[in-house]
Design a protein around this ligand. Structure first.
Ligand code: CXF
Ligand code: ZN
Length: 366
């Protein structure tokens, strides 16, 4: 046994800390000694088994650590390098060639399944395979196998406990506003939901210079955080939100970004936008049947846009360095909403997240 991992043995857990063996990296792979790993809502959705996860499994897709070994042909990183891990992509399909790896034609099998096409796993427990390769990492473990494409070298002085969530939640929120929806100075932004992704969207709005940033969020503590991070107005989500938004910005919002997946509020977004307004959907609803009815004539008249967003349209090798630079310059104070736990406190961290006691939980591994 050369590692410990938070192993999920059955749907919805609990996770149990167990000794495992993590193989040497193969060609193109990078083995990383994980030091920190954020917990993202997607980990919990997949943990439920709803996406067909094979148990036992190791999840985690906001890992950060130190390169321990590299496989044949890897030239971008070397043992000892500090790295952030992010989503995986094939690099060969049309979206990847267009520098849109978040829309890789193989995104689902490479990220959401915790398996490899050939049925192999790099992690075993008592000689039996454990599902790994979740988002090309499975980083709720002290050692993880990633790929050269989904690791990014950072400065030796980087604080991995703070930067780990850049690899998914933070780039999704900031990138959703800056990259996917192209926020510009002076625009009016509405953010639905003030979890880690929503608060990151607020920070994206700040970076863009949005004149108005309205956050709609039922939890008071999160509304307070949103105001501290740059929201100009907050609403609690009760009643007609489109009327409330137009009470603040009569012409409507240039951008509405949904991070909540909570359809009773999301459906109101079509009445919140100004002419040529853009609606971005990135919060995943609880049901596959969730739908957004668009009043077509009104939408045509408005010249509105509605689009889905994955990972904030990130091209990790370009956007993650931009985000680390924003953090270094004080424009991305994400530590204000990160709470750290030891890996063996993973179940407590998830419980805290469910009960609104933390916004972004990050697990630390010695
Ligand atoms: C996910 C959200 C659901 C679609 C795929 C990407 N993002 C990360 O957690
Ligand atoms: Zn995620």
């Amino acid at each position: 046994m050369n590692a410990i991992a938070a192993v999920l043995n059955q749907p919805d857990g609990p996770f149990s800390i167990e000794a495992v063996d993590v193989a040497q990296p193969q060609a193109g792979e990078v083995r990383v000694a994980i030091k920190a790993a954020g917990i993202c809502h997607t980990d919990l959705v997949v943990a439920s088994g709803a996406m067909g996860l094979q148990f036992p499994a190791i999840l985690g897709h906001e890992g950060a650590g130190i390169v321990d070994a590299v496989g044949e042909g890897v030239t971008g990183v070397k043992p000892g390098d500090k790295v952030l891990l992010t989503f995986n992509s094939c690099g060969a399909c049309k979206p990847c060639q267009r520098h849109e790896p978040a829309y890789c034609s193989h995104f689902v099998p490479l990220n959401m399944i915790a398996a490899r096409g050939d049925g192999s796993s790099r992690v075993t427990r008592d000689g039996k395979q454990i599902s790994d390769n979740f988002f090309g990492q499975s980083s709720f473990a002290s050692l993880a196998i990633a790929n050269e494409r989904n690791v990014l070298k950072v400065d030796d002085g980087a604080d991995l406990a703070v930067l780990a969530p850049l690899g998914c939640g933070i780039q999704t929120g900031v990138g959703g506003v800056l990259r996917s929806l192209g926020a510009k100075a002076g625009e009016a932004l509405v953010v639905l939901g003030a979890g880690a992704v929503g608060l990151s969207a607020v920070l994206g709005g700040q970076i863009a210079g949005c004149a108005t940033i309205i956050v709609i969020e039922p939890q008071e503590g999160r509304r307070t955080l949103a105001l501290q991070l740059g929201a100009t107005h907050v609403l609690d989500g009760q009643g007609d939100m489109a009327t409330a938004v137009r009470g603040i910005i009569p012409e409507g919002a240039d951008i509405v970004i949904d991070t909540s997946g909570f359809m009773p509020v999301v459906v109101q977004s079509v009445n919140m936008i100004a002419n040529r307004g853009r609606i971005g959907l990135l919060g995943v609803p609880g049901s596959l049947d969730a739908a957004l009815p668009v009043p077509v004539v009104q939408f045509i008249t408005q010249g509105g846009t509605v689009r889905g967003i994955i990972e904030g349209d990130s091209e990790p090798e370009v956007f993650l360095p931009e985000l680390t630079a924003h953090h270094k310059a004080g424009r991305l104070p994400i530590e204000t909403f990160i709470k750290t736990y030891r890996l063996d406190q993973i179940n407590e961290a998830i419980d805290d997240a469910h009960h609104g006691k933390c916004v972004k939980a990050v697990l630390l591994i010695d």
